[in-house]
Design a binder for this molecule. Structure first.
Ligand SMILES: [Zn+2]
Length: 229
């Protein structure tokens, strides 16, 4: 087991990058396949719930779909760089927001060895010079895989909570405009929730609802890809 993982680490390090679109070696996404990804930007006409806006990199197909899959399920962390570049094109420049990663189920973090949404959020924030504020936390362990849409929606509603200790750390208690109410998020900030994919949107809506209930008034969402349903 140990031997295997060491071999795998060495193999992964030596393996030349290959394009997830065409297989050509040299990069994770070649120029040509990159050019074929149509950047979506703001998405309208979806059930956004408490989100005021939704920004999306591209449709879940072809190279983009492969990149997200390998990033998440093969734990190829380096792919986050390419994904964040795509997200960076989709989200308007100069947006003043506090970045909130959609919290990942602990079991998935353990299995993958990293938190895929947190990594995307942190790299995006770094690129834009924004602050990451992980004020959301998972409060139960429900897993969505295989569940029907109604069950997913119900599970999602119970999945998130606010980490107020974290919120206080970020916003402080003695801001100029007056002490923030206990257990309230700063309503003057705009929050940008980040996740890898928008499928039915049930997770994002549930997370946005929690933020709103905790005092946030302006909540946006952004994902790398969106299901093409
Ligand atoms: Zn290619």
């Amino acid at each position: 087991m140990v031997k295997n993982s060491v071999v795998k680490i060495i193999f992964d390090a030596l393996l030349p990058y290959y394009c997830r679109g065409c297989g050509r070696t040299g990069s994770l996404l070649c120029e040509e396949c990159r050019g074929e990804i149509k950047i979506i930007g703001e998405v309208k006409g979806k059930n956004l719930g408490d989100l005021k806006k939704l920004y999306v990199g591209g449709y879940r197909t072809g190279a983009l779909e492969m990149l997200v899959k390998d990033y998440k399920f093969k734990s190829m962390k380096k792919i986050s760089g390419v994904l964040v570049e795509i997200l960076d094109e989709a989200v308007p420049k100069g947006l003043e927001v506090v970045i909130v990663p959609l919290p990942t189920i602990k079991k998935h973090i353990r299995e993958r060895g990293f938190d895929h949404a947190k990594r995307l959020a942190e790299e995006f924030a770094k690129r834009r010079g924004l602050e990451v504020c992980p004020v959301l936390k998972r409060v139960n362990k429900t897993v969505q895989v295989g569940a029907d849409e109604e069950t997913r929606e119900k599970q999602a509603k119970e999945a998130y909570g606010i980490d107020f200790i974290m919120a206080q750390k970020f916003f402080g208690e003695d801001e100029k405009a007056g002490r923030l109410e206990a257990n309230r998020l700063d309503p003057r900030k705009t929050y940008l929730l980040i996740d890898d994919v928008w499928t039915t949107g049930s997770s994002m809506r549930a997370a946005a609802k929690k933020l709103r209930e905790a005092g946030a008034e302006k909540i946006y969402g952004a994902t790398i890809e969106i299901g093409s349903d």
